[in-house]
Design a protein around this ligand. Structure first.
Ligand code: MG
Ligand code: MG
Ligand code: MG
Length: 307
């Protein structure tokens, strides 16, 4: 039986590129694997796939009876709905440990680095498998995306070392320029419906029994949101109500100014204000230096719900 390699719901570039890179590795060591994705491909990811000549992995949302190697998450909220009917054979991830339980022993590669593809590179090294140039290219882009071209506090020396190695293999001379090209594609939000923007990189969380949804948009200039911010805020309220969320946030990250404006819709905004020691004005606040949902938002917001 083939193993499906697949990342989280609302897949980002790391989820899709790690499904591709991990499937190639598994096939190389004699374990038949098929890359899959749980949702649509973002413009940034499409840019990466086009650049290195890949088709998008198979769209698949039901995994009952399948073997699954999870990439880039370990939270049930980001898993397929029928996860309990699948066999999880492995997890490779770089997030906080989530709440997925398995019924059989599994292989886990979980480390606090900036990107799942950094760990997949370590898996290639462990298995002594050579990385083809096009696979190295998508892995490289995923790391540049997740680490915001090394600016994110989630970035580690290992990520930088791996990017340099992958750039050589992929024949990419200026990976910084490639990263900026990628973020320019990511910054094109003109004409995109606000709901699509909120959900483009959206993650649901269970914070001590409270449903919380957090989206993030990383762009090279926050001014592009000036004309649509009020619409984003109004639709964020709708997202919260429609999904029975306690709190919905949209993180608007300016990768050049290195900070984020966070739009907040909440049953009790005081929880957010207390978590970040801030005062929301018109439901939003600028958090200087904040680039990472994983490292600079969740670890502060989640404990606040336990109080
Ligand atoms: Mg991800
Ligand atoms: Mg990732
Ligand atoms: Mg990300």
């Amino acid at each position: 039986m083939a193993i499906y390699t697949c990342g989280h719901t609302t897949p980002d570039s790391d989820s899709i590129c790690s499904a591709i890179s991990l499937a190639y590795l598994l096939n190389s060591i004699g374990r038949e694997a098929i890359p899959a994705r749980q949702g649509p491909v973002s413009p940034e990811t499409q840019f990466i796939l086009d650049r290195f000549g890949f088709e998008a992995p198979e769209l698949k949302t039901e995994f009952a009876g399948c073997e699954l190697f999870i990439t880039d998450y370990s939270d049930r909220g980001q898993a397929p709905k029928d996860l309990d009917e699948a066999t999880v054979v492995g997890i490779v991830d770089h997030h906080k440990l989530g709440d997925i339980e398995t019924s059989a022993p599994l292989e886990c590669w979980i480390r606090p680095v900036g990107c799942t593809n950094t760990i997949v590179k370590e898996m290639y090294d462990y298995h002594k498998v050579e990385i083809p140039a096009n696979i190295a290219g998508v892995m490289l882009c995923a790391i540049l995306s997740d680490t915001v071209i090394f600016k994110s506090p989630t970035c580690t020396p290992k990520d930088i070392e791996v990017v340099k190695e992958l750039a050589k293999i992929a024949g990419v001379e200026d990976f910084g320029a490639l990263g900026m090209e990628m973020f320019t594609v990511k910054s094109a939000v003109n004409g995109v419906p606000v709901r699509d923007l909120i959900l483009r990189d959206y993650k649901p969380f269970d914070m001590h029994g409270n449903a919380v949804g957090i989206g993030q948009l990383e762009v090279i200039d926050l001014a592009i949101f000036d004309g649509i911010k009020a619409d984003l805020q109004a639709d964020l309220d709708k997202v919260r109500v429609e999904n029975n969320l306690h709190t919905a946030c949209l993180i608007l990250t300016d990768i050049m100014k290195e900070g984020s404006e966070v739009l907040v819709s909440s049953e009790n905004p005081a929880i957010f204000e207390s978590a970040f020691n801030c005062k929301l004005e018109d439901g939003k606040v600028w958090l200087d230096g904040c680039l990472s949902r994983k490292k600079q938002i969740i670890p502060f917001l989640q404990p606040e719900f336990a109080k």
